[in-house]
Design a protein around this ligand. Structure first.
Ligand code: ZN
Length: 135
């Protein structure tokens, strides 16, 4: 694993979330819709890493489901890996519970896959392949 790429924070309202993090002095980068995940996102730069705010675009979005069960707040952590397929294969062999058995397209067109919180001490884990588009 190379680094923590970003922390994902679920928000009910993206504009309010952006305002909040701007006020806190985070460096706003961009907003981006990720249709695969049914979310609108906003990225802030924090050194080499980012904070990603996520708002649901649909009631079937994972973020809508999360907010129905939890308060707004930390939704996932994302780590960058060199080879996402190799990492998923290793996890599968070890019986790690995966949300995505194959990579899907995340923000920035990157290949990502999520690991279930049951296998990560309670926090959804996103794997992101290094060197994809947007780098
Ligand atoms: Zn993310």
């Amino acid at each position: 694993m190379n680094k923590i790429d970003h922390l994902g924070i679920a928000v009910p309202n993206l504009d309010e979330g952006i305002e909040t993090y701007n006020r806190l002095g985070f460096n706003f980068l961009k907003t981006e819709e990720v249709p695969d995940q049914k979310v609108n996102t906003a990225f802030f730069e924090v050194g080499e890493s980012h904070v990603e705010l996520l708002q649901a675009t649909d009631e079937n979005s994972p973020i809508a489901k999360f907010l129905a069960k939890n308060r707004p707040g930390l939704h996932h952590i994302c780590v960058e890996v060199d080879d996402i397929e190799a990492t998923l294969a290793k996890y599968k062999a070890e019986g790690v519970r995966l949300v995505n058995e194959e990579p899907v397209i995340g923000a920035g067109g990157c290949r990502v896959a999520f690991v279930h919180p049951k296998s990560t001490s309670g926090v959804l884990l996103e794997l992101k392949e290094a060197g994809g588009p947007g780098h």
